[in-house]
Design a protein around this ligand. Structure first.
Ligand code: ADP
Ligand code: MG
Length: 261
């Protein structure tokens, strides 16, 4: 049986590239023939919107999945991209934190639902910018955590708290949890600071840091307003080239065989 891959894309800071990475990694995996489900676990629903899922398509959402109202097969909507489905989110999820915190098994709600995923399906979880109950649910359900790190001055500051949370989850609810890697995002090659952050990150974190660095690229920031991943919106942009290269490193790290080779 193929190994299960459930990757939580997490960083408690907002605006570091979690959603952009989730959407484009998901697209690249799907384009390579891997059946992929992106779980949008952020009440802002940016991953859902970024994949072209309009508000009125969101009959069932991640909230219904967490409460057990629907199963994964029902909650995962087709996108315009073959092999890529998304469990959408809406702002309802913002109040869910409070309601779900009453549940007895409140950290295992997502894990329970994702266990029904068909073997071989890759699941990516786009986490909200906090280390609260939702992100903990993602880490309990996940096999590994991918951390996007914005190449800016305070980038490494929040990381120890994030890694401490991963460790807690590993020592408690989910012993199989690993760090998949750190992805440097929004790097500006003209800026010495970006290069300094990259050098610091590689020195401190070693091989955990992916070789590919995602550059700051205006096409990446335009794509969401066209409800498309940049890989579709402008496949030859610098951002797309970098995300494709990263996706290849990601699949190699997961030991995934190409599905459509
Ligand atoms: P998060 O999910 O961590 O909050 P996002 O992925 O939503 O972060 O990115 C924050 C903002 O930065 C968004 O407006 C996004 O379009 C933009 N952005 C992300 N990556 C890049 C990039 N490589 N180049 C330019 N803009 C980017
Ligand atoms: Mg986001």
């Amino acid at each position: 049986m193929p190994e299960q891959h459930i990757v939580a894309i997490a960083n408690q800071k907002g605006g570091v590239g979690k959603t952009t990475t989730a959407v484009n990694l998901g697209t690249a995996l799907a384009q390579a023939g891997h059946s992929t489900i992106l779980v949008d676990l952020d009440p802002q629903g940016n991953a859902s919107t970024g994949l072209g899922i309009s508000g009125d398509q969101r009959d069932y959402t991640i909230y219904d999945l967490l409460t057990g109202e629907v199963d994964l097969q029902t909650a995962a909507l087709e996108t315009d991209i073959r092999n890529l489905r998304v469990v959408p989110s809406t702002s309802d999820l913002a109040s869910a934190d409070v309601q779900l915190s009453q549940a007895l098994d409140r950290t295992r709600l997502l894990e329970r639902q994702l266990s029904s995923a068909p073997a071989g399906t890759i699941i990516l979880i786009d986490c909200p910018p906090a280390l609260g109950l939702l992100t903990v649910n993602a880490m309990v359900a996940a096999t590994s955590v991918l951390v996007p790190l914005q190449a800016e001055f305070y980038a490494l500051e929040g990381l120890s708290q994030l890694l401490a949370t991963v460790k807690q989850v590993r020592q408690g609810a989910n012993p199989r949890l690993r760090i998949n890697g750190i992805l440097l995002t929004m790097s500006d090659y003209r800026n010495n600071l970006s290069q300094q952050v990259e050098a610091d990150a590689r020195e401190t974190l070693g091989d955990l840091v992916y070789p590919t660095v995602i550059p700051r690229n205006v096409r990446v920031s335009e794509a969401p307003s066209h409800a498309q991943p940049v890989l579709i919106y402008d496949p030859s942009s610098k951002g797309s080239v970098a995300y494709r290269q990263f996706a290849a490193e990601f699949t190699a790290r997961l030991n995934l065989q190409p599905e459509n080779a």
